[in-house]
Design a protein around this ligand. Structure first.
Ligand SMILES: C[S@@+](CC[C@H](N)C(=O)[O-])C[C@H]1O[C@@H](n2cnc3c(N)ncnc32)[C@H](O)[C@@H]1O
Length: 249
């Protein structure tokens, strides 16, 4: 039972004033910036893939937390490391966890492009203020590019193509728009940039509850009939996640 105005105020969505939210975000970012060196020093083969995954999951209160299941992303990174991609596209970066992990298993001189829609569905994208954090992941001679735009715009595809050293890539991770139509469009547009024997990976191939209106599972069911593929799924009944990888002919 609410008996005082203060209790009522505490329950209202405006309970935390804007300035306090900004101050909290600033404090989180400062703490993360201060500790960033701990992550930047993690490299292969000095650390195991499991150690690197654990580190990014727990870093600074989840500042870069990957929206992934650990065992699945570990298996995926092993596969990517075998391929040592020199050009990588990630559609859907959100808090940066998978971007960091991909940088650790890509070639030391890889070009890595993040495409993400600010405020986009399924994770909210990232603000411009996060770009310097993500850029700091880069190691050796890697090059990072940030296309903060709708992946479905033809302009975004053109920008990505021009950023790739030879207009093609070795790996594309599709983890942006999770609707059937959206993921299918990403595959049609960016999958065409993946060279022969390269990888196109999809996150969230496991069936979600209907309320999420996700359709990657439906798309995956179609693609796996037509392509050489690998499925990295901890449990088909887990209700989300799961990684499917198409190997380009
Ligand atoms: C699930 S999150 C990505 C998670 C990240 N790959 C990870 O595992 O940590 C999905 C991201 O896709 C982005 N997104 C959704 N629709 C998009 C679109 N049409 N174009 C580009 N990005 C989009 C959202 O902004 C969100 O940040």
């Amino acid at each position: 039972m609410i008996s005082t105005e203060r209790e009522l105020h505490a329950l209202s969505p405006r309970a935390t004033p804007r300035w306090a939210q900004i101050a909290r975000r600033l404090a989180r970012a400062t703490r993360a910036a201060w500790r960033l060196r701990e992550l930047r020093h993690l490299t292969r083969p000095e650390q195991s893939i499991e150690e690197i995954v654990d580190a990014v999951f727990t870093f600074s209160g989840g500042f870069f937390v990957p929206l992934q299941i650990k065992s699945e992303v570990v298996a995926f990174l092993r596969m990517v490391e075998q391929a040592r991609p020199k050009a990588v596209i990630e559609i859907g970066t959100a808090r940066g966890g998978t971007l960091f992990l991909l940088s650790r298993v890509a070639a030391p001189d890889a070009t890595i492009i993040s495409v993400d829609l600010p405020g986009g569905p399924w994770g909210g994208g990232y603000s411009y203020a996060r770009v310097p954090f993500y850029r700091a992941f880069r190691w050796a001679s890697q090059k990072f590019h940030f296309v903060r735009a709708d992946s479905h715009q033809i302009r975004s595809l053109d920008r990505v193509r021009k950023l790739l050293p030879d207009g093609q890539c070795d790996l594309c991770l599709i983890d942006g728009d999770h609707s059937y139509e959206g993921a299918k469009q990403d595959f049609a547009m960016y999958g065409s940039l993946v060279r022969s024997a390269g990888l196109v990976a999809f996150h969230d191939i496991v069936k979600h509850a209907a309320r999420y209106r996700a359709g990657v599972d439906r798309l995956w069911a179609e693609l796996k009939l037509a392509h050489r593929h690998v499925e990295l799924v901890e449990d088909w009944g887990q209700g989300s996640c799961g990684i499917g990888v198409v190997i380009r002919d």
